[in-house]
Design a protein around this ligand. Structure first.
Ligand code: SAH
Length: 372
């Protein structure tokens, strides 16, 4: 384990400061930054416009260290899931979801999660620790290395990044905001503001802070049309109830230069939040909020008390909202044969028995690659 500075941890501005500190010309910083994020280099030797002396100096005091791949699985629908290991042996997951020209990377912001949403399997493992900027950006860096980066292949495979993997991004504020900075930077991944989405369960202080940095799209895990039900599903609602949360979301939209609509995420749980009355109440609640509604069929996991709503109930729910004028998208479940669907991301790589059983069960459908 090295305690050298990991260059993946630095925004371009921080890298300029760092170069000044080590008595190097500041203009070298964006050059190195480009090598890291556009050419996804992992070795200083690849940096052809950097002098020998500077390369030697950087090698002495820094590293370029992405997460280690424990396992790479590809679903029959093209979804790829990586189980990754951090330096201190923690497991996180990252998922790539291709869809025509679009390629969405779903990244984690924490190891585990403290929020305890009752329908989410990450909640079951509890909260372990926050990820660093390098560990967050490292997931995008690694995906670009495995799938091909714009500058090396001429193709941008990862066009969108969503913070919908493990963890609550707004409870890991600074590393997440710095990671977004690197994702949007033209010297970095150069993603458009509308194509980087922070998804939150409603951490209002974090959201209010984000208003000052309102540079990315926002998704809100609402899941219920009233406080009584939301208290049960998303317990942080007891602290920041709907009447406090929605005005804060509205404020974010007013000030944001990324997107003027919030994506409302609504997991469809049979007999819990999927009735016609729930849909009508939701329409009433959201009538003044610029939004599009994403209905997510619940993805089951072992020992859960919930079931997925029937297709009929999901359709009825959606139709009620559409009739009221909302834009509604029912999310297709992707990668469920590799447990890569929403809410199925857990640090289960550490649980070898379960993993081997699952691999046996799914044999034939998926490809498991060993990565050297
Ligand atoms: N903590 C953040 C981001 C992680 S979860 C948040 O709450 O938004 C990403 C999305 O997946 C959230 O909308 C979450 O509610 C949803 N989700 C969690 N578990 C799920 C499950 N088992 N089935 C379907 N969606 C789930």
């Amino acid at each position: 384990m090295s305690d050298k500075l990991n260059l993946l941890d630095l925004t371009r501005e921080e890298m300029v400061e760092f170069f000044k500190e080590i008595n190097e010309k500041p203009f070298r910083a964006p050059q190195v930054f480009k090598w890291l994020h556009q050419f996804v280099a992992d070795d200083f030797e690849q940096m052809s416009n950097i002098s020998k002396d500077l390369k030697a100096k950087l090698k002495e005091i820094c590293v370029i260290e992405g997460p280690e791949i424990i396992e790479e699985q590809e679903s029959k629908d093209g979804t790829v899931k990586w189980a990754l290991r951090t330096k201190d042996g923690q497991a996180i997951e990252t998922v790539f979801i291709p869809d025509g020209e679009r390629g969405t990377l779903c990244i984690s912001s924490q190891v585990g999660c403290a929020l305890d949403c009752s329908f989410c399997s990450t909640a079951q493992q509890g909260f372990n620790r926050n990820l660093t900027t390098a560990e967050i950006v490292g997931q995008v860096w690694l995906a670009a290395r495995r799938l091909g980066a714009l500058r090396t292949t001429g193709k941008r495979r990862v066009s969108n990044v969503v913070f919908m993997g493990m963890g609550e991004p707004l409870q890991n504020y600074t590393p997440v905001v710095n990671a977004c900075d690197i994702l949007l930077d033209d010297f970095g991944y150069g993603l458009s503001k509308r194509r980087v989405t922070i998804s939150t369960s409603g951490v209002v202080p974090g959201l209010n802070k984000l208003i000052q940095n309102a540079d990315v799209a926002l998704a809100l895990s609402l899941h219920a049309p009233n406080n009584e039900l939301r208290d049960q599903l998303v317990p942080i609602n007891k602290k920041y109830p709907i009447e406090v949360l929605l005005p804060s979301v509205q404020q974010y939209l007013n000030d944001s230069n990324a997107s003027k609509k919030v994506t409302i995420e609504y997991v469809m749980l049979k007999g819990t939040n999927d009735t016609a009355a729930n849909a009508r109440e939701l329409a009433e609640l959201l009538k003044d909020l610029p939004c599009k509604i994403n209905l997510i069929p619940f993805n089951p996991f072992p020992k859960t008390r919930y079931e997925t709503s029937t297709q009929k109930d999901i359709d009825r729910f959606g139709e009620i909202l559409i009739k009221k004028g909302f834009i509604v998208v029912t999310r297709r479940t992707r990668g469920d044969d590799i447990d890569a669907a929403c809410g199925q991301l857990v640090g289960e790589v550490l649980d070898r028995t379960r993993r081997q059983e699952r691999l046996k069960r799914k044999a034939g459908d998926i490809e498991v690659r060993t990565v050297s």
